[in-house]
Design a protein around this ligand. Structure first.
Ligand code: HEM
Length: 329
């Protein structure tokens, strides 16, 4: 049901965008108003979510420990998997952000001879990494539309990405990679019964939206070319706050844009916010120095305590008379 609803939602968006291409007023809305509206929702929503997370109190070091903690000098520690200082945390976060270290530990469980057996499961890690890196490369390559003159490194990136010069126009490796990664992520949710069971509308919708952006992009590059001069004028118009409404730029381009703007507006209210969340994750971004420092909760309300020492001082004689053991005579 969730899959069907999200498929219908994406289909409606496609038809809507295709319809927009035929109306001058709606084209104006899509190319001159919606970009700013979607960008504003994205930025405001993004900041709102980050501020909400940042306001959550974290009085203790609640790190996930994946290696030996620093303690006595003769016990070998694992500074990356259980960091006790800033550099260790930076290293650990870098491993997580660039290489998805925690996903690399992914395991799968099978019942063999009535016993649970755990094995390694690296496919999700591999295709997840493939998808995210290629998405980053594609977004960076798109900068060629938004800056003039185009920075040399953007051209360099495109050249490396199209290094094998397969076909005309060249097939970018990142395009093939993102399609492979996305297909795996999508099929995993559809084919594996356990994952399908826990998949929600938001999971399918996010994947389908990105799949929509990517497939329309590929269609434009290889089958229905858009007028790239007009695209560049449009994009430069957005960043200089003087948008120019393009004419006859191509229906596929409108669908591409429509998906991008919906994705931007959808981003802050979806799970895609893990992009920011990964940085704010207290189980990974804190140093585990619990054995070196005592962390006190600053929000503790003062409590009147009665220590055992005070208790014994008060009742020592009575305890002795009753034959109870005491610590001090
Ligand atoms: C989330 C943001 C976006 C993603 C993931 C995305 C993805 C893609 C992909 C995968 C392609 C295939 C070719 C290539 O990789 O260059 C493509 C092509 C294209 N995209 Fe996007 N896109 C995004 C945003 C935009 C925006 C905002 C524009 C408007 C300026 C745009 C305009 C185009 C054009 C004109 C092409 C065809 C390029 C060519 O013919 O070489 N895209 N896009």
């Amino acid at each position: 049901m969730n899959l069907l609803t999200s498929l219908i939602a994406v289909l409606i968006l496609t038809l809507l965008a295709a319809g927009i291409a035929f109306s001058a007023t709606l084209s104006f809305l899509l190319t001159a108003v919606l970009p700013y509206a979607a960008f504003t929702v994205f930025i405001v929503g993004f900041i709102y979510r980050v501020v909400q997370w940042a306001k959550a109190p974290v009085p203790f070091r609640i790190t996930t420990t994946c290696g030996q903690e620093k303690s006595l000098p003769w016990i070998r520690t694992n500074p990356l998997e259980n960091p006790s200082g800033l550099w260790g945390v930076i290293g650990r976060m870098a491993l997580e952000i660039f290489l998805f270290r925690s996903l690399f530990r992914n395991t799968k469980m099978d019942i063999l001879q009535k016993r649970p057996v755990y094995g390694s499961a690296k496919w999700l890690w591999f295709f997840g990494l493939l998808f995210h890196w290629s998405l980053l490369i594609i977004v960076l390559r798109h900068l060629r539309f938004f800056i003039e003159p185009i920075a040399p490194w953007v051209n360099g990136l495109s050249a490396v990405d199209g290094f094998f010069e397969i076909g005309i126009p060249t097939l970018y490796l990142s395009d093939a990679a993102i399609l492979t990664g996305l297909s795996f992520l999508f099929l995993r949710r559809v084919v594996v019964p356990q994952v399908r069971y826990i998949s929600l509308f938001t999971d399918y919708f996010s994947l389908l939206l990105i799949l929509g952006v990517v497939s329309t992009g590929l269609l434009m590059r290889h089958f229905f070319p858009a007028d790239l001069l007009q695209v560049k004028n449009l994009a430069l118009g957005w960043v200089t706050f003087s948008p120019v409404v393009p004419k006859g730029i191509g229906t596929v381009f409108y669908i591409h844009l429509c998906f991008v703007f919906v994705l931007m507006a959808w981003f802050p209210m979806s799970k895609l916010m893990h992009m920011a969340g990964v940085f704010l994750n207290p189980t990974r971004n804190l140093a585990n120095d619990n054995r070196m420092r005592r962390h006190l909760n600053p929000w503790n309300t003062p409590v009147k305590v009665h220590t055992y020492e005070e208790y014994e001082n008060e009742f020592r004689e009575k305890m002795k008379l009753a034959g109870l053991p005491v610590e001090k005579e």
